[in-house]
Design a protein around this ligand. Structure first.
Ligand SMILES: Cc1ncc(COP(=O)(O)O)c(C=O)c1O
Length: 276
């Protein structure tokens, strides 16, 4: 963690940040967060993350006592104080402490600056494996802090040479634990339309790809795809070359995936140039 954070209304040393144990963020898993990258001392695609953070707070009836401008200023101050050229910024809004220990209350805003490394070059070159998991994420469009199932599942991933999971329900895929998914079949790019977090990276891919179908995608279509990839803030675009031990397409990153990997890096550079 970087040395300074925002907690309980002040910029303070990160090792002094605290939360009350009875906050419903902890005892009920009721809290929201968001996470974005910093490159060259600038947040990338900040407005999209602010939109989503404000929307998550509203959907969860959690009062956010800070305007977008306040948050922008805090982020800028933290980047400066932490001399943060590159990394990740996590905003958390806790559920607060309520009399009945259940209802949403007045939570606290926290902003942490964290070191962040993208996945290894080998993963981008060879692709990764996902394991299928029957599951429908609760409140999928809200960025809640509830990741209990995948944290528990992750205990077994290394032994199975897997990077993550792909959720499906009633035969339809939705997303990975912290990423959205796209498939390519006969040159056509598709991504699940429902029961997913509206990822900022997903949104950027919808912008840079020529045409994308947002639709229900059967798990069998994923297994049959020519190419597949997951995408997120912390991964950009990561090719998926195996599901449950079964090879996807040629078992290596495909042409359309590789072209989108290049285009997303270009888009980041454009955003950085625009911010300067
Ligand atoms: C469940 C879930 N889906 C998708 C994503 C990808 O979203 P983004 O591209 O905004 O990082 C995340 C990111 O953490 C996530 O937690």
């Amino acid at each position: 963690m970087k040395p300074f954070c925002f907690a309980k209304q002040h910029i303070i040393p990160t090792d002094q940040a605290s939360i009350h144990p009875i906050d419903i963020g902890l005892i009920r898993g009721y809290a929201i967060f968001d996470f974005f990258r910093v490159e060259g001392y600038r947040p990338l695609f900040l407005e999209g993350y602010l939109d989503r953070f404000v929307a998550s707070a509203k959907s969860c009836a959690l009062p956010l006592d800070y305007s977008r401008n306040d948050i922008r200023d805090l982020v800028e101050t933290l980047i400066e104080k932490n001399d943060m050229e590159q990394g990740g910024i996590r905003m958390v809004l806790s559920g607060g402490i309520s009399d009945n220990k259940f209802s949403p209350a007045n939570g606290h805003l926290y902003i942490f600056c964290e070191p962040l490394k993208l996945p290894s070059q080998l993963k981008y070159e060879n692709g990764i494996q996902l394991l299928s998991q029957e599951y429908l994420r609760p409140l999928p469009e809200i960025k809640t802090t509830n990741y209990t199932l995948p944290v528990w599942l992750s205990l077994g991933w290394a032994n199975k040479n897997a990077e993550d999971v792909i959720y499906h329900h009633g035969g339809i895929i939705s997303e990975s634990s912290r990423s959205n998914i796209f498939i390519i079949k006969e040159g056509e790019i598709s991504t699940p339309r429902a029961n997913v977090l509206r990822g900022i990276t997903r949104k950027n891919i919808l912008k840079i790809a020529e045409e994308v179908q947002e639709r229900d995608i059967a798990f069998s279509e994923l297994l049959d795809a020519e190419e597949a990839f997951i995408c997120s803030t912390t991964k950009r675009i990561l090719p998926v070359t195996q599901i449950d031990g079964q090879r996807i397409g040629q078992g290596k990153p495909g042409k359309i995936t590789r072209s989108l990997m290049e285009k997303i890096e270009q888009l980041e550079l454009q955003d950085r140039a625009h911010a300067n």
